[in-house]
Design a protein around this ligand. Structure first.
Ligand code: TYD
Ligand code: MG
Length: 459
């Protein structure tokens, strides 16, 4: 393409077009194309042999493993895979007001108190606001280098002058601008250019850089997907604003596993770590009411017990409502269909509501059995057997399939005082203090509820 040609870039997915069009073909977003001036993508005369030789290295070359810098927050370290790797970049995204700035201020504060040089640059808040928050968090004595700036050039110049920090926080990448680009801050070109420069700086100075990213209304990181490709680690900070719990989840990690979560609680003195999350997501387990079951789930290497609530009620409408909070709605539709077709339990004419208590989002298919139990329990108005946990995946023919990490799930349930476990047949169990009820087919769960006598409800 000619130098300084115009192109149209989708602000949602980063796809480029030669001509303007109303809708992006790649992500189907309307009105997201913005005209941008592009620099030449590939230098001219590549085949003239003027480049320098690059050196190739064998895979078994002895390279000293970088020692990681601990964040002083065990939950964050767990998600990162054991602390910050020097020279890497981390993108942390989340809804506005979820606590990203609070979390990062706590991290830089704690690390600075441990003697590591840390820099926090905010493009959104004035330094006064941040110092007030630091005082509230009890971190006002931490030797953090704090600044409020938006210009990438100023930031890079200042950082290249002094000794580099070990951790650099940029809050947020959408507020920075590179003055050599004509587009506005927050556009694809700006976000990409600023991130690229900061990542380069991080590699050069062996500092870890954390970029805060805004999310759009449908939960994507605003700006191009390429931002996710550019950084080493992508973390999502999520939670329900109505609840105190906040979950930090890794969706990409070049230096650790991506299935770990960190659990925090938002208090009036900042985010507190929650070392044993199961007790938080469980309601009052002594209460025997119909329509609730306890799912023994796994989040990464950590077992997590959560309460699943179902409600089935008669509907006067032709198309009854189906509402899900904290679980996949198409998965719910599948379970309703299996209950109908394989177990003869019809939900036609009923509204179905499903809720994962505590504001958690469950992604495991292993939750199927607990969901089905909550729904059947609600229909029959018979509580799930007392002090029981459930897990297992449901197949389309109604069969219940074994899932992984049975031992860890059962151990956590026993630790929290549960007595019965309803699990798939064929699960590999060594020995467990729980009474194990093995099931093959969803029909067995249905008969479990229809055979036992109704227990008097405690309200
Ligand atoms: P913030 O970190 O500003 O969110 P983000 O940067 O993700 O937009 O979090 C602000 C919210 O956190 C705000 O609603 C107030 C609440 N909060 C507390 O409850 N306790 C605290 O100690 C602090 C600092 C904030
Ligand atoms: Mg913020």
């Amino acid at each position: 393409m000619a130098k300084n040609a115009e192109q149209f870039t989708c602000q949602s997915c980063g796809e480029t077009y030669r001509k303007w069009q109303g809708r992006c073909d790649s992500c189907s977003e309307w009105n997201s194309l913005i005209e941008e001036r592009i620099e030449e993508a590939v230098p001219k005369g590549l085949s003239t042999g003027k480049g320098r030789d690059i050196t190739f290295t064998a895979l078994d070359t002895d390279i000293a493993e970088h020692s990681r810098n601990l964040s002083q927050l065990a939950e964050l370290d767990r998600v990162l895979g054991g602390g910050f790797v020097p020279g890497t970049s981390i993108l942390i995204a989340g809804d506005p007001g979820i606590g990203k700035s609070t979390l990062l201020l706590q991290v830089v504060g704690k690390m600075a108190l441990e003697g590591l040089p840390c820099t926090y640059i905010s493009g959104e808040e004035a330094t006064k606001q941040i110092t007030l928050r630091a005082r509230r968090l009890g971190l006002d004595k931490a030797p953090v280098q704090l600044a409020s700036a938006n210009s990438l050039r100023d930031i890079v110049t200042s950082l290249e002058k002094g000794p580099p920090p070990k951790l650099l926080v940029i809050d947020s990448i959408q507020t920075l601008f590179a003055d050599n680009l004509s587009s506005a801050p927050g556009t694809v070109a700006q976000v990409r250019a600023c991130a690229q420069e900061l990542i380069r700086l991080a590699r050069k100075t062996s500092c870890s850089v954390i970029l805060v990213g805004h999310v759009t209304k449908d939960g994507q990181i605003a700006g191009p997907r390429v931002l996710e490709h550019m950084v080493d680690t992508v973390l999502y900070f999520e939670g329900d604003r109505g609840h105190q719990f906040r979950i930090l989840r890794a969706v990409k990690n070049r230096f650790g596993a991506t299935d770990e979560i960190g659990v925090f609680e938002m208090t009036d003195t900042g985010l507190q770590e929650v070392a044993n999350p199961s007790s938080l997501f469980l309601g009052n387990t002594d209460l025997t009411v119909s329509g609730a079951s306890i799912f023994a789930g796994m989040e990464g290497t950590r077992p997590l017990l959560v309460e699943i609530q179902g409600l089935v009620s008669a509907s006067p409408q032709a198309t009854p409502r189906r509402a899900v909070v904290g679980w996949d709605s198409s998965r719910l539709a599948m379970i309703l269909a299996v209950l109908d077709a394989r177990c003869g339990l019809s939900f036609t004419g009923s509204e179905v509501y499903l809720n994962v208590a505590g504001g958690l989002r469950v992604n495991e298919p292993a939750a199927d059995l607990a969901v089905a139990a909550a729904l059947i329990s609600s229909v029959s108005d018979i509580p799930v057997p007392e002090r029981s946990i459930l897990f297992g995946e449901i197949g389309l023919s109604g069969e219940i399939r074994a899932v992984g990490q049975t031992e860890a799930r059962l151990k956590e349930a026993a630790k929290l005082g549960f007595e019965n476990a309803i699990i798939p047949r064929g699960s590999k169990i060594k020995d467990s203090s729980l009474k194990i009820i093995e099931v093959d087919h969803l029909r067995e769960i249905v008969s479990l509820f229809t055979q036992s006598k109704p227990v008097t409800q405690v309200v």
